[in-house]
Write a protein that binds this ligand. Structure first.
Ligand SMILES: [Zn+2]
Length: 314
């Protein structure tokens, strides 16, 4: 019952916020999992008046506590099959840039892992900080990454459209991938090169033939938990799949992300940075892992000390 009433409350908010209200170019906003830092006094308009969901019990993002996560042996690897021909365009919607896909068919889908059926890819986007010290939405044992990629998919077996799925149970599956600063990411560069053409809010440009599976880490280990969108309408419709290993990008690639603007042409320039939602309480949820957690260093040290002691005394 609680879920039903929460959905009812958020449905109207969702209708209001999923559309760009700037006038002529009104269109769907598929960046339903994005957010902005709402601790900042200078709030992005998206967040004015709607910072949380009263009664929410499975909000995102969260801090993943490695020791508290439970290994689930039945969790198979997540399988992505993306057709680069379904990649349509890139769009600055005023709080992030989105790469959107044609989701009329099952050509680009994710399946496996915790998912009962295939989910179609709708869009991907990133969250990032003003510098390399923060930027990700999720954290791991309180460790923050400079950026986080979200690949947003919807349940095309249960629902008819993305807009319907985001408001409902088991509507969305989002793969989250941490970015850390290191080596240059060759495949990401194609995207970075096009970013200056969507510098301003509401700008859109063609972006074709991109297969986002090139942005997945080589290691298939992940955590999964039940959560929410991290932007309004904040509905609790998301099966989160957070990849354990980050991917590496170099500093200059993140610098181009930070050169984008929240503002439209002719407005005062405001840099698009810190577009993440703060951590939410875990409450009564369990994070499952697809992998056996390795021993923490401190545990390993204790075990080895015990072993040494036994050898000495025995
Ligand atoms: Zn997001």
């Amino acid at each position: 019952m609680r879920v039903k009433s929460l959905l009812a409350v958020t449905k109207q908010i969702g209708k209001n916020l999923l559309f760009n209200q700037s006038g002529l170019h009104a269109r769907h906003c598929s960046l339903a999992t994005c957010s902005l830092q709402n601790t900042n006094a200078n709030l992005h308009p998206l967040w004015k008046g709607q910072l949380d969901i009263p009664g929410g019990t499975r909000q995102s993002p969260i801090d993943i506590r490695v020791r508290d996560s439970i290994f689930h042996p039945d969790l198979a690897p997540v399988k992505t099959h993306y057709d680069p021909n379904t990649c349509l365009h890139i769009w600055n919607n005023g709080y992030a840039f989105l790469v959107e896909f044609d989701d009329c068919t099952d050509k680009s889908v994710v399946s496996g892992g915790p998912l009962e059926n295939p989910y179609r890819l709708k869009q991907f986007h990133f969250h990032w900080g003003v510098n390399n010290d923060w930027g990700s939405e999720h954290t791991v044992d309180s460790k923050v990454f400079p950026a986080e990629l979200h690949l947003v998919h919807w349940n095309c077996t249960k629902y008819r459209t993305f807009e319907e799925a985001i408001m409902e149970e088991n509507g969305l599956a989002v793969i989250g991938i941490f970015l850390k600063v290191g080596r240059h990411h060759e495949k990401l560069q194609k995207l970075v090169d096009i970013l200056p053409s969507v510098r301003y809010k509401d700008s859109l440009t063609e972006f074709n033939y991109f297969d986002p599976s090139c942005l997945l880490p080589s290691c298939s280990d992940y955590w999964t938990y039940a959560g929410s969108l991290t932007t309004p309408p904040l509905t609790e419709s998301v099966s989160w799949i957070i990849m354990k290993k980050p991917i590496e990008v170099d500093h200059s690639q993140l610098a181009v992300f930070r050169s984008l603007l929240y503002s439209a042409v002719g407005e005062d320039e405001k840099y698009m940075v810190d577009n993440f939602r703060p951590l939410q309480p875990l409450m009564n949820r369990t994070v499952h892992s697809s992998f056996q957690p390795s021993l923490l260093l401190s545990d390993a040290k204790k075990k080895s000390e015990k072993h040494t002691h036994r050898q000495q005394s025995g």
